[in-house]
Design a protein around this ligand. Structure first.
Ligand code: SF4
Length: 661
């Protein structure tokens, strides 16, 4: 057996170092953690530890499929490419939609195909389904989200994990959390229900605080006000490195009293006092934020408030939000937007794909690394739109996803051991080149080779027809050569996981170069110059319950939703309801219930627990649409209403009612 260093390709901030195993014939057989990876230290989560069951699974697509007489049948690459040339080749770029996301986090697999799509003049989407709301909130206050080196979090004497179920979404933070507690530090978890992380930290001696959904800004600003009152605000830091501190202080003075914050958040005044005194007494406080409030209507405002708190306490450089800004890599070098020329196209809003398609826009769509039929809001609309007779749909995929089932042409994709790519992280600072270690088992082609094949068939420029992983990798690394020390560059070429040094000469990335506690940009967008608490309006839905889609321990977005063991581990699709709410509605455990609202409905089996407060129902992961009577998943119930900044997805702002099915 041989071992080959690589990186987990999933959309996860841990971006674990893996070792791919091949047998004496060079065939991929499995994978394990790479002990030389400084963040993941040789450990993988249970989901990816069985990634080989996806790569070697019987349901992996082996050859292209084309639609005939309403059904998909096997075809040669030649026939599939001919179909694509017929369906897409004659379209004006304005009629063609490029839909990609994070199926593989490999930078070349994600962004390289855009060279071809840009040359065709296709419309793409903005990046708004995951983190854009918080990223923008962070940007307007603290600037680029370079953040601290999270490997150093063990130096904290106080860690506030805010809106981040790290146990499920960033598991390698947890051993570090334990270390902080073992050496006598304090860890506080703030979330909207009793997450795995919150319960685990309580079990280790830390403390959990459950706040009302969307009330984070009130808590953060209340803590700011108390910091000014109790003398723990870092006045010299505010003077030297921030602008707008006086304005913020004046705005919040008297506005965020203990009673008001307690009313907004549902916390006891004593809990707020306690947290405030912990922050005041800490000499090394860190804040780790996650996706918590990011997918809410008021997500940017919450992020602005928490960033403002970090600035007031003088710990702005100890606030970590998920971002790859540390690496300073240029995705445009890969995607070449300049190929659009004077056909400049505004991206469409990612959250509005369903509405765009429903309105009859576009006559062709090309999808890679994405399952829009499940992961986008108003998924009923998205599915109906993708199934339009007058839309020619091409999907490049590993397995027959819900989106692929609607396609006119399905192209089989390579799995991790079968392509070369470069992986960064949005959690830590390790970069790694992952080289192809074996051929695809059948006719699967990598993203780049697939788009080169399409370019050839469409008679496009020679360089697009020759898109090649090794060549692109060499160009990409050379383009960024000044980002790496000689030692880093050599180690990267050898495939080692390399923790990159901070970039030199880095500025904050705000217009003023300082932390901006008052923002002209936000003011112009009607969002107020300083952070304020604006309650989440639930996307104007009237349902009695907040619908909270939470991370699954068994599946990952929709990536593992077509793998037998992952799906079995996830169990049958269910909704978790507080026992008192169920009793009031006359509902019992195990019965099928219908979740419904202004957008759609979804039938799930009812399960009881009191991890979430009354008034909230939880659904883990994306329930398998094949197991619901509607053939849909959670996003059948979410709306395309945009967040307060950056037009982000408000997945956590949906409200629903419950009825017996
Ligand atoms: S999904 Fe996340 S935790 Fe699991 S192996 Fe991949 S990067 Fe690591």
């Amino acid at each position: 057996m041989s071992l080959h260093p690589s990186t987990c390709p999933l959309d996860c901030p841990d971006s674990c170092g893996v070792l791919l195993e091949t047998d004496e014939h060079g065939r991929f057989t499995g994978l394990r953690g790479n002990p030389d990876h400084s963040w993941s230290e040789g450990h993988l989560c249970g989901k990816t530890a069985i990634y080989h069951e996806v790569a070697l699974g019987a349901n992996r697509l082996k050859v292209p499929l084309v639609r005939q007489g309403g059904a998909l049948r096997e075809a040669s690459w030649d026939e599939a490419l001919d179909r694509i040339a017929e369906g897409v080749g004659s379209l004006d770029g304005e009629e063609l939609l490029a839909l990609s996301y994070a199926g593989s986090m490999g930078l070349m697999a994600r962004h390289g195909p855009m060279r071809v799509m840009n040359a065709l003049g296709a419309r793409c989407t903005d990046g708004s389904i995951c983190d854009s709301t918080s990223a923008e909130g962070h940007q307007v206050v603290l600037g680029d989200a370079v953040g601290p080196d999270l490997e150093r979090v063990v130096e904290a004497d106080l860690l506030v994990i805010w809106g981040c179920d790290a146990r499920r979404t960033m598991q390698h933070l947890m051993p570090r959390v334990k270390q902080i507690l073992h050496k006598g530090g304090q860890v506080v978890v703030i979330d909207v229900y009793r997450t795995d992380t919150l319960r685990m930290v309580e079990g280790w001696g830390g403390r959990g605080l459950v706040v009302s959904p969307g009330s984070d800004a009130s808590l953060a600003l209340g803590l700011c006000e108390r910091a000014f009152q109790n003398g723990s605000a870092d006045i010299s830091f505010l003077k030297e490195q921030c602008m707008g501190a006086a304005e913020l202080r004046a705005e919040i003075a008297g506005a965020y009293t203990l009673e008001r914050v307690a009313g907004d958040t549902g916390l006891a005044p004593s809990e707020i006092e306690w947290l405030s005194s912990c922050l005041a007494g800490s000499s090394e406080a860190w804040i780790k934020t996650g996706i918590g409030w990011n997918r809410r209507r008021n997500g940017a405002m919450s992020m602005r408030a928490v960033c403002s708190l970090a600035a007031v306490l003088g710990i702005a450089d100890h606030l970590h939000f998920e971002s790859g800004d540390h690496f300073g890599l240029d995705n445009d070098w890969l995607s070449q937007p300049e190929r659009l020329g004077d056909r400049g196209r505004e991206p469409i809003r990612h959250i509005e794909v369903g509405r765009e398609l429903e309105a009859g826009h576009f006559r062709g769509a090309v999808v890679w690394g994405h399952n829009p039929a499940v992961v986008l809001p108003e998924s009923g609309r998205v599915q109906a739109g993708l199934a339009r007779d007058d839309l020619f749909l091409v999907v490049h995929e590993l397995v027959l996803t819900e989106t692929a089932r609607l396609a006119d042409v399905v192209l089989p994709a390579t799995a991790l051991p079968e392509y070369t790519d470069v992986f960064k992280s949005y959690g830590h600072r390790v970069l790694q080149i992952s080289r192809k270690v074996c051929d695809a088992p059948a006719e699967q082609r990598s993203n780049l080779r697939t788009f080169a094949s399409i370019a050839q068939r469409l008679g496009m420029d020679e360089d697009l027809c020759r898109l090649d992983e090794e060549e692109l990798l060499t160009g990409f690394m050379n383009h960024h050569r000044s980002r790496f020390t000689d030692g880093e560059f050599e180690r990267l070429q050898r495939g080692e996981p390399v923790k990159l040094q901070p970039r030199s000469g880095l500025t904050r990335g705000t217009p003023s170069g300082r932390i901006e506690l008052a923002s002209d940009q936000c003011d112009e967008q009607g969002q107020g110059r300083v952070a304020a608490y604006v309650p989440d309006d639930g996307c104007s839905m009237a349902g009695r319950f907040w619908l909270h889609p939470t991370p699954s321990v068994a599946t990952h977005n929709s990536t593992y939703s077509h793998s037998g063991r992952h799906v079995r581990r996830a169990g049958s699709p269910r909704v978790w309801v507080h026992p008192e709410d169920a009793r009031e509605l006359g509902l019992t455990a195990g019965q099928d219930v219908r979740l419904h609202n202004e957008v759609g409905s979804l039938t799930l089996s009812l399960a009881l627990n009191d991890d979430a407060p009354r008034g909230m129902v939880r659904v883990e992961g994306f329930p398998d649409p094949a197991q619901t009577s509607e053939g849909l998943s959670t996003n059948a119930l979410t709306r395309s209403t945009a967040s307060d900044l950056a037009a982000g997805f408000c997945q956590f702002s949906a409200r629903v009612d419950l009825s017996p099915a």
